[in-house]
Design a protein around this ligand. Structure first.
Ligand code: PRP
Ligand code: GUN
Length: 183
Protein backbone atom coordinates (compact mmCIF):
# COMPACT_ATOMS: atom_id res chain seq x y z
CA UNK A 1 0.00 0.00 0.00
CA UNK A 2 1.13 3.52 -0.79
CA UNK A 3 2.39 6.14 1.63
CA UNK A 4 -0.49 8.26 0.29
CA UNK A 5 -2.91 5.79 1.86
CA UNK A 6 -1.00 5.89 5.13
CA UNK A 7 -1.06 9.69 5.08
CA UNK A 8 -4.82 9.68 4.36
CA UNK A 9 -5.52 7.34 7.25
CA UNK A 10 -3.30 9.26 9.66
CA UNK A 11 -5.11 12.47 8.65
CA UNK A 12 -8.51 10.86 9.31
CA UNK A 13 -7.39 9.94 12.82
CA UNK A 14 -5.72 13.28 13.49
CA UNK A 15 -8.91 15.15 12.53
CA UNK A 16 -11.35 12.75 14.19
CA UNK A 17 -13.31 13.60 17.29
CA UNK A 18 -12.82 11.28 20.25
CA UNK A 19 -16.32 10.53 21.54
CA UNK A 20 -15.39 7.85 24.08
CA UNK A 21 -12.04 7.61 25.85
CA UNK A 22 -10.27 4.46 26.98
CA UNK A 23 -11.08 5.40 30.56
CA UNK A 24 -14.81 5.73 29.80
CA UNK A 25 -14.70 2.38 28.00
CA UNK A 26 -13.09 0.75 31.02
CA UNK A 27 -15.77 2.08 33.37
CA UNK A 28 -18.53 0.87 31.04
CA UNK A 29 -16.91 -2.55 30.60
CA UNK A 30 -16.53 -2.93 34.38
CA UNK A 31 -20.21 -2.37 34.96
CA UNK A 32 -21.24 -4.59 32.04
CA UNK A 33 -19.04 -7.37 33.44
CA UNK A 34 -20.56 -6.92 36.88
CA UNK A 35 -24.10 -7.27 35.50
CA UNK A 36 -23.11 -10.25 33.34
CA UNK A 37 -21.51 -11.96 36.32
CA UNK A 38 -24.64 -11.46 38.41
CA UNK A 39 -26.86 -13.00 35.72
CA UNK A 40 -24.69 -15.71 34.17
CA UNK A 41 -22.17 -16.95 36.74
CA UNK A 42 -24.17 -20.11 37.48
CA UNK A 43 -25.20 -20.87 33.88
CA UNK A 44 -22.00 -22.18 32.24
CA UNK A 45 -22.59 -19.87 29.28
CA UNK A 46 -20.99 -19.89 25.86
CA UNK A 47 -19.71 -16.39 25.11
CA UNK A 48 -19.92 -15.80 21.37
CA UNK A 49 -17.86 -13.04 19.76
CA UNK A 50 -19.34 -11.49 16.61
CA UNK A 51 -16.33 -10.98 14.34
CA UNK A 52 -14.81 -8.68 13.39
CA UNK A 53 -16.17 -5.86 15.52
CA UNK A 54 -16.68 -7.99 18.64
CA UNK A 55 -13.03 -8.93 18.96
CA UNK A 56 -11.83 -6.18 21.31
CA UNK A 57 -15.05 -5.98 23.38
CA UNK A 58 -15.14 -9.75 23.86
CA UNK A 59 -11.51 -9.84 24.96
CA UNK A 60 -12.06 -6.94 27.35
CA UNK A 61 -15.14 -8.54 28.90
CA UNK A 62 -13.43 -11.95 29.19
CA UNK A 63 -10.67 -10.36 31.26
CA UNK A 64 -13.35 -9.18 33.68
CA UNK A 65 -15.28 -12.46 34.04
CA UNK A 66 -13.92 -15.08 36.43
CA UNK A 67 -16.62 -17.77 36.40
CA UNK A 68 -16.71 -20.91 34.20
CA UNK A 69 -17.61 -20.15 30.60
CA UNK A 70 -16.74 -21.29 27.09
CA UNK A 71 -15.78 -19.05 24.19
CA UNK A 72 -16.74 -19.29 20.54
CA UNK A 73 -17.16 -16.89 17.66
CA UNK A 74 -19.37 -16.29 14.67
CA UNK A 75 -18.71 -14.11 11.68
CA UNK A 76 -21.90 -12.64 10.35
CA UNK A 77 -22.25 -9.42 8.48
CA UNK A 78 -25.08 -7.44 6.96
CA UNK A 79 -25.82 -7.29 3.24
CA UNK A 80 -25.77 -3.48 3.41
CA UNK A 81 -28.87 -1.77 2.12
CA UNK A 82 -30.42 -5.01 0.83
CA UNK A 83 -30.65 -6.44 4.30
CA UNK A 84 -34.08 -7.69 5.34
CA UNK A 85 -35.30 -9.46 8.46
CA UNK A 86 -33.08 -12.38 9.48
CA UNK A 87 -30.85 -12.25 6.40
CA UNK A 88 -27.25 -12.00 7.44
CA UNK A 89 -24.29 -13.12 5.42
CA UNK A 90 -22.81 -15.90 7.56
CA UNK A 91 -19.10 -16.34 7.05
CA UNK A 92 -18.51 -18.59 10.06
CA UNK A 93 -20.98 -20.54 12.19
CA UNK A 94 -20.21 -21.47 15.82
CA UNK A 95 -18.33 -24.69 16.60
CA UNK A 96 -19.27 -25.37 20.24
CA UNK A 97 -22.46 -27.43 20.65
CA UNK A 98 -24.90 -24.87 22.07
CA UNK A 99 -27.98 -27.14 22.18
CA UNK A 100 -29.79 -26.42 25.47
CA UNK A 101 -27.12 -23.92 26.53
CA UNK A 102 -27.09 -20.27 27.60
CA UNK A 103 -25.41 -18.09 24.98
CA UNK A 104 -24.06 -14.56 25.43
CA UNK A 105 -23.46 -12.81 22.09
CA UNK A 106 -20.96 -9.92 22.25
CA UNK A 107 -20.63 -7.18 19.64
CA UNK A 108 -19.09 -3.73 19.46
CA UNK A 109 -22.09 -1.61 18.49
CA UNK A 110 -25.86 -1.72 18.63
CA UNK A 111 -26.75 0.55 15.73
CA UNK A 112 -30.00 -0.36 13.99
CA UNK A 113 -29.86 -3.74 15.71
CA UNK A 114 -30.51 -5.99 12.73
CA UNK A 115 -27.27 -7.89 13.28
CA UNK A 116 -27.86 -8.84 16.92
CA UNK A 117 -31.55 -9.48 16.32
CA UNK A 118 -30.80 -11.89 13.49
CA UNK A 119 -28.07 -13.65 15.48
CA UNK A 120 -30.41 -14.10 18.46
CA UNK A 121 -33.05 -15.65 16.19
CA UNK A 122 -30.48 -17.94 14.62
CA UNK A 123 -29.30 -19.30 17.99
CA UNK A 124 -32.87 -19.66 19.28
CA UNK A 125 -34.03 -21.43 16.12
CA UNK A 126 -31.06 -23.79 16.30
CA UNK A 127 -31.53 -25.01 19.87
CA UNK A 128 -29.99 -22.55 22.32
CA UNK A 129 -31.81 -22.52 25.66
CA UNK A 130 -31.56 -18.74 26.05
CA UNK A 131 -29.64 -15.97 24.33
CA UNK A 132 -28.29 -12.84 26.01
CA UNK A 133 -26.65 -10.01 24.09
CA UNK A 134 -24.08 -7.34 24.91
CA UNK A 135 -22.79 -4.35 22.95
CA UNK A 136 -20.33 -1.73 24.14
CA UNK A 137 -21.98 1.21 22.43
CA UNK A 138 -25.56 2.10 21.60
CA UNK A 139 -25.96 4.61 18.76
CA UNK A 140 -28.73 7.08 19.56
CA UNK A 141 -31.39 7.38 16.83
CA UNK A 142 -34.88 6.11 16.13
CA UNK A 143 -34.15 3.67 13.28
CA UNK A 144 -33.82 0.65 15.54
CA UNK A 145 -35.39 -2.79 15.71
CA UNK A 146 -37.55 -3.43 18.77
CA UNK A 147 -35.17 -5.58 20.80
CA UNK A 148 -32.48 -4.10 23.06
CA UNK A 149 -29.29 -5.83 24.20
CA UNK A 150 -29.29 -7.12 27.77
CA UNK A 151 -26.01 -5.34 28.45
CA UNK A 152 -25.13 -1.97 26.92
CA UNK A 153 -22.12 0.16 27.79
CA UNK A 154 -22.45 3.72 26.55
CA UNK A 155 -24.76 5.82 24.40
CA UNK A 156 -23.10 7.59 21.47
CA UNK A 157 -24.16 10.18 18.93
CA UNK A 158 -25.58 9.22 15.56
CA UNK A 159 -22.33 9.57 13.61
CA UNK A 160 -20.12 7.14 11.71
CA UNK A 161 -17.80 5.71 14.35
CA UNK A 162 -14.51 3.88 14.36
CA UNK A 163 -12.18 2.39 16.93
CA UNK A 164 -12.60 -0.26 19.60
CA UNK A 165 -13.75 -2.90 17.10
CA UNK A 166 -15.31 -0.59 14.54
CA UNK A 167 -13.48 0.05 11.31
CA UNK A 168 -12.88 2.96 8.99
CA UNK A 169 -12.39 1.32 5.58
CA UNK A 170 -11.03 -1.79 7.30
CA UNK A 171 -8.61 0.12 9.55
CA UNK A 172 -8.55 1.38 13.13
CA UNK A 173 -10.46 -1.46 14.82
CA UNK A 174 -7.47 -1.58 17.17
CA UNK A 175 -7.91 1.89 18.71
CA UNK A 176 -8.55 2.06 22.47
CA UNK A 177 -11.18 4.78 22.10
CA UNK A 178 -14.18 5.54 19.88
CA UNK A 179 -13.92 8.25 17.25
CA UNK A 180 -16.20 10.07 14.81
CA UNK A 181 -14.98 11.29 11.46
CA UNK A 182 -14.74 15.02 10.90
CA UNK A 183 -14.94 15.39 7.12
O1 PRP B 1 -26.88 -2.79 14.69
P1 PRP B 1 -26.57 -2.92 13.25
O2 PRP B 1 -27.13 -1.76 12.43
O3 PRP B 1 -26.96 -4.26 12.68
O4 PRP B 1 -25.01 -2.74 13.06
C1 PRP B 1 -24.09 -3.30 13.95
C2 PRP B 1 -23.17 -4.27 13.25
O5 PRP B 1 -22.43 -3.59 12.22
C3 PRP B 1 -21.04 -3.90 12.38
O6 PRP B 1 -20.71 -5.08 11.74
P2 PRP B 1 -20.42 -5.21 10.18
O7 PRP B 1 -21.53 -5.99 9.52
O8 PRP B 1 -20.08 -3.87 9.60
O9 PRP B 1 -19.15 -6.17 10.14
P3 PRP B 1 -17.77 -6.03 10.95
O10 PRP B 1 -18.04 -6.43 12.38
O11 PRP B 1 -16.86 -6.98 10.30
O12 PRP B 1 -17.34 -4.59 10.85
C4 PRP B 1 -20.90 -4.08 13.88
O13 PRP B 1 -19.75 -4.82 14.22
C5 PRP B 1 -22.18 -4.80 14.25
O14 PRP B 1 -22.04 -6.21 14.11
N1 GUN C 1 -17.41 1.15 11.63
C1 GUN C 1 -18.72 1.23 11.92
N2 GUN C 1 -19.49 0.13 11.75
C2 GUN C 1 -20.79 0.25 12.07
N3 GUN C 1 -21.77 -0.67 12.00
C3 GUN C 1 -22.90 -0.08 12.40
N4 GUN C 1 -22.67 1.21 12.73
C4 GUN C 1 -21.35 1.43 12.54
C5 GUN C 1 -20.53 2.59 12.71
O1 GUN C 1 -20.91 3.69 13.13
N5 GUN C 1 -19.21 2.41 12.38
Amino acid sequence: MSTKRLDELNAILANAECLVTQQQLNVALDSMAEAITKDLQDKLPIVVCVMNGGLLPTGALMQRLSFPLEIDYVHATRYGMEFEGDKLEWIKFPQVDFEGRTVLVVDDIFDQGHTLEAIIHWFENNGAKEVYTAAVVNKLHDRKVEMRPDYLGLDVEDKFLFGYGMDYQGFFRNLQGIYAINQ
